[in-house]
Design a binder for this molecule. Structure first.
Ligand code: GLY
Length: 567
């Protein structure tokens, strides 16, 4: 008899081992790329590959950042850029953190009413299409700042592979083919002549960029001055002027990228390091996470009514504050500590109940008492030395202002649309802006970009970010929660369905066909509007998770052509 029980026990043990193995196998199938030492995750394979090659050569995350950023300008002109700007958050191997702001700024000749007609109404398209929409570009200055502070390889070691890519050309993907087609009319409407992208490119065609290769070569040989004071500056300013824009040589001379203190805060046992103003990303992320922290998220089923309600209500309140208080910190006093303090956020959530939706019309900005007074791209890098960066870079809209300087080989941004042209009037992402984000010469426009690094128990844990305009913040939020609260691996976390609320319009935007009817009905019964038509996807998160054994797992969002490469 004893033998019989022993046999049963062994059989059960073997069965459960097999089941555990099966479960692991399933989890492994969903897992992203796992490597031992270093990784780059970006929107394009070419860019991730070039960044990884730089690391293999012995370069650090900062060298790889410069190469990846420029390689995205070649391979992903949708958002990768020389004519735009961005933000980067870093964490050094020794734990030191920092942030770089290479955001565009308003030209000297800009003014707060430049997009309004005589009746005070916003002139359609003026802040989104063509030369008047362009902010002074910051990307090239940003890359020189990074190199000066942290670079270890020479400029030619970093730039040469990118230059070769521009000469060799990129292979068009099927999603690129679709995008080129979608924007044909606007390319033709905005540019005086046809541009390289007005040809009917098909998937698997190769597009070469000799003009961009030449621009990169000039930057490599002559340095930052070439872009902001030299021949490139002259060509660029003439081109913008010919197209009716107002950016001058003086604007370019005066542009500087700026090192900023990142927003650092805690959520459970995580230390989160994210982008500070002029991005709203870090502050909003901190506000939302701190508003939901007291609720012990684990008790709610993943993407259940209660979970969505809780996040929505915190988002509603954070975005209302964003709209009122945030702008360029060089122009506006922002009381960051107060805005992300526990007492203030507890007060903000005091009107929340699970019984019914709060109406956005009842949520204005909170009372912080002062003592006087869809188309960006993100890449994440971890190097073999333990340094990490999260960088989000943009032209703002898809292909920016659609204005393409054929002589230099790049698109110009339409970042001026991120200012509030008129308080109370939404920008292209539907965000309502107020006085803090009004236009002024040399001011930086408010952003939602949220490049973020997460530490756990004093060690690097995650680096991530995403494109998506106003939905960036909530996509980063949900990805962190997916890993931290719901134990997803990095790939599952970035691929999981997402939703978004931004105070106004008062609706929950949901990715279509992934949330079931019962869930949506239950939300509607509580007074929430849901909208699945607004956008087919919310964000394209690219991140890296440090696994318990020290290996790196990449999450390259399935929504795009994104790719993790490493070694
Ligand atoms: N242009 C998108 C952002 O800065 O948030």
């Amino acid at each position: 008899m004893k033998r019989f029980y022993l046999f049963i026990a062994i059989s059960i043990y073997c069965l459960s081992c097999r089941q555990a193995q099966k479960l692991n196998e399933t989890q492994e199938t969903n897992r992203g790329l796992v490597t031992e030492h270093a990784m780059v995750v970006s929107a394009r394979e070419e860019a991730s590959k070039i960044g990884t090659e730089i690391l293999k050569k012995g370069g650090n995350a900062f060298d790889a950042m410069i190469a990846t950023e420029f390689a995205l300008a070649v391979s992903y002109p949708f958002a990768g850029n020389l004519g735009g700007g961005g933000f980067m958050v870093y964490r050094l191997e020794n734990g030191g953190v920092g942030a770089l702001d290479y955001r565009e700024k308003a030209p000297l000749a800009s003014d707060r009413e430049m997009y309004l007609n005589a009746l005070g109404n916003v002139i359609p398209n003026k802040s989104t299409l063509g030369a008047m929409a362009v902010g002074v570009p910051g990307t090239v200055a940003g890359m020189f700042e990074v190199h000066q502070k942290f670079g270890t390889l020479t400029w030619s070691e970093i730039i040469n592979p990118v230059l070769e890519l521009a000469e060799r050309g990129i292979v068009v993907t099927s999603s690129q083919e679709k995008r080129f087609k979608t924007y044909q009319d606007l390319f033709l409407k905005t540019n005086k002549d046809s541009i390289v992208f007005t040809k009917p490119w098909k998937a698997n065609d190769t597009i070469r960029f000799p003009a961009l290769a030449n621009t990169l070569k000039r930057i490599m040989e002559h340095g930052k001055n070439e872009f902001y004071n030299g021949e490139i500056a002259n060509i660029l300013v003439n081109f913008i002027k010919e197209n009716g824009g107002i950016i001058t040589l003086e604007d370019l001379h005066r542009y500087d990228a700026k090192w900023r203190e990142p927003i650092v805060f805690y959520y459970d046992d995580l230390k989160i390091i994210s982008m500070s103003p002029p991005s709203s990303g870090g502050i909003c992320l901190a506000q939302i996470l701190k508003m939901i922290e007291p609720y012990n998220i684990e008790q709610y089923k993943y993407n259940s009514t209660q979970y969505i309600q809780l996040l929505t209500e915190a988002e509603r309140r954070a975005y209302a504050d964003r709209s009122y208080y945030l702008g360029d910190p060089d122009f506006v006093d922002i009381h960051i500590e107060k805005l992300i303090s526990n007492n203030y956020l507890k007060e903000r959530m005091s009107t929340f109940s699970f019984n019914e939706a709060t109406s956005s019309s009842d949520v204005s900005h909170g009372n912080v008492s002062f003592v006087e007074s869809m188309e960006t791209t993100h890449y994440s890098i971890v190097d073999q030395y333990g340094n990490a960066i999260a960088a989000t870079t943009t032209l703002n809209g898809a292909y920016g202002s659609k204005l393409y300087c054929s002589q230099l080989g790049f698109f110009l941004n339409n970042e001026m649309d991120d200012f509030s042209s008129k308080p109370g009037v939404p920008n292209m992402f539907g965000l309502i802006g107020a006085e803090a984000n009004s236009i002024a010469p040399e001011k930086r426009m408010l952003s939602s970009m949220t490049p973020t690094i997460v530490e756990k128990h004093n060690k690097l844990y995650m680096t991530l970010g995403t494109p998506g305009g106003s939905t960036i913040i909530t996509s980063v939020l949900q990805t962190i929660l997916n890993v931290h609260e719901y134990n997803m691996n990095m790939q599952e976390a970035v691929d999981a369905p997402r939703f978004h609320h931004q105070w106004l319009p008062d609706e929950i935007i949901m990715e279509p066909n992934v949330f079931n009817k019962t869930l949506k009905d239950s939300l509607q019964l509580l007074g929430y509007s849901t909208n699945e038509n607004k956008t087919p996807i919310l964000g394209k998160v690219d991140g890296i998770l440090i696994l318990e054994n020290g290996n790196l797992e990449g999450g390259a969002d399935k929504r795009g052509d994104d790719k993790a490469i490493g070694f």
